[in-house]
Design a binder for this molecule. Structure first.
Ligand SMILES: Cc1cc2nc3c(=O)[nH]c(=O)nc-3n(C[C@H](O)[C@H](O)[C@H](O)COP(=O)(O)OP(=O)(O)OC[C@H]3O[C@@H](n4cnc5c(N)ncnc54)[C@H](O)[C@@H]3O)c2cc1C
Length: 390
């Protein structure tokens, strides 16, 4: 039996996030986009209302929500502001490697303090020389006594400038590719950890993005996640858990773009008619609705599979690729419906268009999602007409 309905708790959660988005995010969204300032006060309010750290277990004082619940929240907040939502969700990204590969003691030691007051944990696999090819990371780790010594650079670290902890991955010196990659939690106040200036960006300007440098940074061995040198699967499982959420980000952004476009098409006139009367405009709006609904269904399925403890690697890539690519098209078509006005900074469709682009890039580009799906199709997929095709 298939059931697409949300539980009463989920409906309440969705409404709560929607009200938060309308009352707390929309009024300040433009200000933060223009200043590029970190939205500390909004995040404090989200934290106070239990809308941050959603996947942190109840046992350590977290909301104890699932990935699908998280998708419901972020669709609402991303509809109001994708950049603020990137900052808001980043603690879940930083926490995933610990929840996946950490011990109970590590979950308690690293994540419990984040449930007690607003603090940040960032995540870093990417480096200046590589992002897509995670197995190609070059930052190194070597064991000395009861410490791991880290060297190298991590690039594009969201919330890195405000975080107290970093979940990251380095390779044991002398190892290659997947072998030797080690997951580790690095306190940002460790000597030898240096944080760069915020990187200026096209969109998501309210989210803090920095480079982090390790220069003989000493971290205790007790901060290693799982086994030394066996961290690659932790990184990959992290993405399977977080990619559905990026699908939900894109759904929210696309939904808002669509709604702004509908409202504008109903009031803008051309050739003595409301532009909403033109079939070319109606078809663009119809495609937006098709894409938003299909993206949401794929996203919810991938999130549900993760919540069930199933391997959702493929459904997560499908959801992320479809939701973000179709979301980009929706944002672009919405701007098109606004004509010249859409190209000005006076209307939010311009901001959403800039924000939409990042969804196709971070947490694995659209090409990388297709690589994951393509490899699966050509190796593990079982054709239904197997016998008749040979
Ligand atoms: C604002 C922002 C925030 C970010 N936040 C984080 C963060 O918090 N933590 C973190 O670790 N990273 C973060 N990232 C990094 C992000 O995940 C990477 O930018 C992304 O994975 C792509 O890596 P790259 O930029 O090195 O591109 P590259 O890997 O150099 O790829 C360049 C182009 O080549 C394509 N390509 C690469 N390999 C293949 C292939 N085999 N087949 C086909 N095409 C291919 C890519 O799709 C892309 O179009 C962030 C990035 C940005 C811009």
């Amino acid at each position: 039996m298939i059931d697409f309905s949300l539980t009463e708790e989920q409906k309440k959660l969705q409404l709560k996030a929607r009200e938060f988005a309308i009352n707390e995010i929309i009024p300040i969204s433009r200000k933060y986009d223009q200043s590029g300032e970190f939205p500390q006060d909004v995040l404090q309010k989200a934290f106070d209302q239990g809308l941050m750290n959603t996947i942190f277990p109840k046992k350590i004082g977290g909301p104890g929500l699932g990935i699908l619940d998280t998708c419901l929240i972020v669709e609402e907040t991303a509809a109001a502001d994708p950049g603020i939502t990137t900052s808001l969700f980043d603690n879940c990204l930083g926490a995933e490697p610990i929840l996946i590969g950490g011990t109970k003691e590590q979950i308690n030691r690293f994540l419990k303090p984040l449930t007690e007051e607003l603090k940040f944990i960032a995540f870093a696999t990417s480096e200046p020389g590589m992002g897509s090819d995670v197995a190609g990371l070059t930052a190194t780790a070597r064991v000395e006594g009861d410490e791991l010594i880290l060297n190298g650079r991590k690039m594009w670290v969201t919330n890195g400038g405000v975080a107290s902890l970093l979940s990251t991955f380095c390779r044991l010196e002398g190892t290659k590719r997947h072998e030797g990659i080690t997951g580790i939690v690095v306190p940002m106040n460790t000597e030898g950890v240096k944080v760069g200036k915020p990187i200026p960006k096209m969109g998501h300007r309210a989210s803090n993005t920095v480079m982090v440098r390790f220069d003989e940074a000493r971290v205790p061995l007790e901060n290693i996640l799982g086994e030394l040198g066996k961290g690659f699967p932790i990184a990959i499982q992290t993405f399977a858990h977080t990619r559905p959420t990026i699908g939900a980000f894109a759904c929210g952004m696309a939904r808002a773009s669509m709604e702004y476009a509908i409202a504008y098409a109903k009031r803008r006139k051309a050739f003595d008619s409301k532009i909403a009367n033109f079939q070319a405009i109606q078809f663009m709006i119809a495609d937006m609705k098709i894409n938003v609904d299909a993206a949401r269904l794929l996203t919810w399925k991938a999130a549900w599979e993760a919540d069930q403890g199933r391997d959702n690697t493929i459904s997560a890539s499908i959801a992320k690729a479809f939701a973000t690519d179709s979301g980009m098209k929706t944002a672009s078509d919405a701007l098109q419906i606004f004509g010249g006005y859409g190209y000005t900074t006076n209307y939010l469709v311009e901001k959403l268009f800039r924000d939409a682009k990042l969804y196709q890039i971070y947490e694995g580009t659209s090409q990388i999602q297709r690589m994951v799906i393509g490899r699966y199709m050509l190796s593990r997929y079982t054709p239904i007409f197997d016998k008749t095709l040979t």
